[in-house]
Write a protein that binds this ligand. Structure first.
Ligand SMILES: Nc1ncnc2c1ncn2[C@@H]1O[C@H](COP(=O)(O)OP(=O)(O)O)[C@@H](O)[C@H]1O
Ligand SMILES: O=c1ccn([C@@H]2O[C@H](COP(=O)(O)O)[C@@H](O)[C@H]2O)c(=O)[nH]1
Length: 363
C-alpha cells in the first residue's frame, strides 16, 4: 500500500519542483509530477479546464514550493485518509469519484522495466499473463496496478496505401525492425521511466493498423513488462531494460501455435499464415530476433510451461516491490536524436554501449 497523500514533509528543506504533463485531449486529466532533489516523489492527476491548465502550467514552471503548497495551489483535498486521496479540480469539485488518483510509485523510485522477447508465438504474452496472475495483479484496478504489461505490437508504424494492399495479401514484412515506430516505443519507455502516464495505440491485426483514435492508458507502475519479438534489437530501446527475458520455444511448436492463433484471433486463413511465415517470419526471426537472445539475462525454455522459471521471476518482482532488491539504472543512451533518458538521480554510473547514439536499425 502506498502512503496517504499529501504525505507529511519530513525534511522541510526538501523542495518540490512540479512538472505538468498535458495531454492533447482536453477531457483527460493532466498529470502533475512532483520532483524533489532525489527523485520523483508523487504523481497526481487533476481535471483542469483549458484556461486553468495554462495558468497552472505557468505557475508551476518555476515552482520550488514545498509539496503541500503545490498541492494546495492545485486545489487538492487535504483530508485524504485511504492513500487514494480525492482528486479535485481547481473549483474544488471531485474530479472523478474517490479512487481516481494515479498511484504513486514505490517510495518514489523509478519503475523497473522488464523486456520479454522471443520468436512469434513463443509464449511471450502468456508468460507475462502468468506473471501478472501469480502476482495477483489481474484483480487490481488498472490505475492502481503495481505491475503492468505493454506489447511492442502496439507500436507497429502506419502503412501507406501500397503497403496496406500488400499487407492484406500477406506480402508485407511485419517481422523487420523497420515495421515498428521505434521512436514512439522508445519515447514511451522513457516517459514510463519518468513515472508518467502514457497513451499507447491500440493495434488491429486484421486491418494492420492502429485506428489513430483508440489508445489505452498506461498508468505509472513499479514494474513494467514490455513484450515483443524485437524489443532487444535497437540498442537505445534494449538498454532501457533493467532485466531482459527471452522466451525460447521450439520453432515447430511456435508455428503450430501461430497457425491456430492467427486463424482464430487474427482473421487469417491457412495459406496466408504459411506464406507469410516462410517468406518473412522465419527468415526475419533468424536474422533479427534470434541474435538478440545473447542480450537476455534469463532464457525461459518452453515459455509458460516453465513454471520454475516463472516462479523465480515472480519472486524477484515481489522482492523488488518489497524493496529488497536494489534497482540498477538502465543503460542511458549517451546522445539520442529523439529523446533522452537521464537517470541522473542515481549514484550508480550507467553502463555505456558503444552502439548507442544512433537511433536506427543496426543492420
Ligand atoms: N504453454 C503453452 N501451452 C499451450 N498453448 C500456449 C502456451 N503458451 C502459449 N500458448 C498459445 O500459443 C499462442 C501464442 O502464445 P502467445 O503467448 O500469444 O505468444 P507470443 O506472445 O510470443 O506471440 C496463443 O494462442 C497461446 O494461447
Ligand atoms: O499486422 C500485423 C502485425 C504483426 N503481425 C505478426 O505478428 C507477429 C508479432 O506478434 P507475436 O504476438 O509476437 O506473434 C509478427 O511475427 C508479425 O508477423 C502480423 O501478421 N500482422
Amino acid at each position: 500500500m502506498h502512503k496517504p497523500f499529501p504525505r507529511p514533509i519530513d525534511k522541510p528543506r526538501k523542495r518540490a519542483a512540479a512538472q505538468l504533463y498535458l495531454t492533447d485531449t482536453p477531457k483527460l486529466p493532466v498529470t502533475i509530477i512532483l520532483f524533489t532533489a532525489d527523485n520523483i516523489t508523487a504523481e497526481r492527476c487533476f481535471c483542469l479546464a483549458p484556461k486553468q491548465r495554462k495558468s497552472t502550467k505557468r505557475a508551476l514552471r518555476t515552482s520550488t514550493l514545498p509539496q503541500h503548497k503545490v498541492l494546495t495551489l492545485l486545489g487538492e483535498s487535504k483530508d485524504s485518509s485511504n492513500g487514494m486521496s480525492e482528486t479535485r479540480n481547481m473549483d474544488g469539485h471531485v474530479a472523478n469519484g474517490s479512487t481516481n488518483g494515479v498511484r504513486t510509485l514505490r517510495n518514489g523510485k523509478r519503475p523497473f522495466l522488464i523486456g520479454v522477447s522471443g520468436g512469434t508465438a513463443s509464449g511471450k504474452s502468456t508468460v507475462c499473463k502468468r506473471i501478472m496472475e501469480k502476482l495477483g495483479i489481474d484483480n487490481v484496478a488498472y490505475m492502481q496496478r503495481q505491475v503492468v504489461c505493454i506489447s511492442q505490437d502496439s507500436f507497429y508504424r502506419e502503412l501507406n496505401e501500397e503497403e496496406k494492399v500488400r499487407a492484406l495479401k500477406g506480402n508485407f514484412n511485419f517481422d523487420h525492425p523497420d515495421a515498428f515506430n521505434n521512436e514512439l516505443l522508445h519515447q514511451t519507455l522513457v516517459d514510463i521511466l519518468h513515472g508518467q502516464s502514457c497513451e499507447i495505440p491500440v493495434y488491429d491485426y486484421c486491418t494492420h493498423s492502429s485506428s489513430g483514435e483508440r489508445f489505452s492508458t498506461i498508468y505509472p507502475a513499479d514494474v513494467v513488462l514490455v513484450e515483443g519479438i524485437l524489443v532487444f534489437y535497437i540498442p537505445q530501446i534494449r538498454n532501457l531494460f533493467h532485466m531482459k527475458l527471452f522466451v525460447d520455444t521450439d520453432s515447430d511448436l511456435r508455428l503450430a501455435r501461430r497457425v491456430l492463433r492467427d486463424i482464430k484471433d487474427r482473421g487469417r486463413d491457412l495459406d496466408h499464415v504459411l506464406n507469410q511465415y516462410t517468406m518473412y517470419v522465419k527468415p526475419a526471426f533468424e536474422e533479427f530476433c534470434l541474435p538478440t537472445k545473447k542480450f537476455a539475462d534469463v532464457i525461459i525454455p518452453r515459455g509458460a510451461d516453465n513454471t520454475v522459471a516463472i516462479d523465480l521471476i515472480v519472486q524477484h518482482i515481489k522482492d523488488l516491490l518489497n524493496n529488497q532488491v536494489a534497482v540498477p539504472l538502465p543503460v542511458s543512451p549517451t546522445s539520442n536524436q529523439f529523446s533522452s533518458y537521464s537517470g541522473d538521480s542515481s549514484p550508480a554510473s550507467p553502463r555505456r554501449n558503444p552502439a548507442d547514439g544512433h537511433f536506427k536499425t543496426p543492420h
